[in-house]
Ligand binder design. Structure first.
Ligand code: ZN
Length: 93
């Protein structure tokens, strides 16, 4: 049974697979989709005169929620399918 990797472990492994991501502190494909969804919710709220709900800038989860990231590890990789805790909204700074 495998143990869920930490964000640092996942990032290290992911960079081995995607060397072009070495310069990026946060692989964008790991969090952009959720950020976009929540941004659309906030756009709709703004259009209706409602205040925006703060979003974690790293994982895109709502602030106050312990968010996670999904690294796109390929099927068969030991880290495939894990939800990796977001280092920003899970206490680590
Ligand atoms: Zn987060």
């Amino acid at each position: 049974m495998s143990i869920r990797p930490t964000f640092d472990q996942a990032l290290r492994e992911y960079r081995k697979l995607r060397p072009e991501q070495t310069a990026s502190p946060f692989p964008p494909e790991c969090y952009e989709s959720l950020t976009e969804v929540h941004q659309r919710v906030n756009d709709a709220r703004t259009a209706n005169g409602l205040p925006c709900i703060p979003i974690c800038p790293k994982c895109g989860f709502w602030k106050g929620v312990r968010g996670y990231l999904r690294f796109p590890f390929p099927l068969g990789h030991p880290y495939f399918g894990f939800a990796i805790p977001c280092p920003l909204c899970n206490g680590r700074r």
